[in-house]
Ligand binder design. Structure first.
Ligand SMILES: [Zn+2]
Length: 396
């Protein structure tokens, strides 16, 4: 007799469903018997849940696998077109969106200008962007499983609140629910560097359960932290504010109102400001500075000093977290060889002996697409996450 309360039965079913989906995703293709071995679930449970997943079009029966004799087993694989998601990166004056399948392959992308920084017009623009993407991809709206939005600042992912955004001046805005009521699909919001970090985790299966850190450099300096396969967001979404780590108590004033933050010395506006003062008042942006550095040693020194600062911080991070991999991404990676040779040499000089050996530092590609894909991964991660993980993130 089954006396288990209905809510518990549903919870267990939902945990098992996510267990099976993740097992199929990690294997590429696996038989039902293989799933029984991998998950420890009973054959009856595996048959029932995979049957439902096939009905929902989330998985499909693929060509048969290898057999040691007798009938070869039927393999199950994920159907990347079983659902679609939209990822949007909200920037200072525009938003970039991409509609992808569950493998994060892009079907459509688009950009929309923001008329101003008002909440209402921004919500309107984002809703229009979602409608444009659905239309140009040709999918039906009911196939859309959710919209992920990445934006700068402190974002409380669990409650869908933008606690603070440096570009828009927003404070404690319930952005997720506002967008949800307009778009009428599940919406998730997170700090943009966290969404980028999630996409690294989802696009490189070797990183699924690992410890790694993503650092973005550009106008701001951000960081995403993955511990044992889970994004670490802190108590209210504020973890990873590497840009506001203090490096010089008497340093320049930062956008956050404090002095001597890493960003006030290493952010691209800070570097351009230094170059204007020391070299040429006509230097307008980071590209001008990079060009100048090709044949001006003072300009090259500014980039090298910036590289030294970052290399030192990476050494600190490796001493604190001992990650397997550090990925450096963002618009600032175009600072190139002068910058990165200083990053590497300072890192090697300052990292705790013994910790550097197994840590890889990787320089990633960058671009608006990468950010939009990151936001799409936010939704994909939710589709695959178990209710236990959801409860853990809701509890913070
Ligand atoms: Zn600061």
């Amino acid at each position: 007799m089954n006396k288990m309360p209905r809510a518990n039965r549903e919870l267990i079913r939902s945990i098992n469903r996510s267990l099976l989906l993740n097992a199929i995703k990690s294997e590429g293709a696996v038989s039902r018997v293989g799933l029984v071995h991998m998950t420890g679930l009973s054959p009856a449970t595996v048959t029932a849940i995979t049957g439902q997943l096939i009905q929902e079009n989330m998985i499909f029966e693929k060509n048969t696998g290898d057999s040691t004799g007798g009938r070869p087993p039927i393999m199950l694989a994920l159907n990347p077109r079983g659902g679609f998601v939209i990822g949007i990166k909200l920037m200072e004056d525009h938003a970039v969106g991409a509609l992808t399948d569950l493998n994060a392959s892009i079907l459509a992308k688009d950009t929309i200008e923001l008329p101003d920084h008002q909440l209402e017009s921004s919500v309107e623009a984002l809703t229009t962007l979602v409608a444009l993407l659905i239309k140009s991809s040709g999918i039906r709206k009911k196939q859309l499983m959710g919209v992920g939005i990445g934006l700068a600042g402190v974002v409380d992912f669990a409650h869908g609140v933008v606690k603070q955004n440096p570009f828009f001046g927003w404070k404690n805005i319930m952005l997720r629910d506002l967008l949800k009521s307009k778009m009428r699909v599940p919406v998730y919001i997170d700090n943009d560097v966290n969404t980028l970090t999630l996409s690294e985790k989802w696009l490189e299966p070797g990183l699924m359960e690992d410890n790694f850190i993503v650092i973005t450099i550009g106008r701001g300096i951000g960081m995403g932290i993955v511990i044992n396969g889970q994004i670490y967001r802190g108590k209210g979404g504020g973890a990873g504010e590497l840009g506001h780590v203090m490096v010089d108590p008497d340093g320049p004033l930062c956008d956050c109102g404090k002095r001597g933050c890493l960003e006030s010395l290493l952010g691209d506006r800070a570097l351009v400001e230094q170059a204007r003062k020391q070299i040429d008042p006509n230097i307008k942006n980071l590209d001008d500075l990079i060009l100048k550095a090709e044949n001006n040693s003072e300009a090259a020194n500014i980039l090298a000093r910036a590289g030294k600062l970052l290399g030192g911080q990476i050494a600190n991070l490796v001493s604190l977290f001992d990650p397997k991999l550090i990925i450096i991404s963002g618009e600032g990676i175009r600072m190139g060889e002068v910058f990165f040779s200083a990053v590497h040499s300072t890192f090697n000089q300052h990292v705790m002996p013994g910790l550097a050996k197994d840590t890889e530092i990787r320089i990633d590609s960058w671009g608006d697409d990468i950010w939009a894909l990151g936001a799409a991964s936010l939704v994909i991660a939710e589709i695959f996450s178990s209710p236990i993980q959801k409860e853990e993130s809701d509890a913070v």
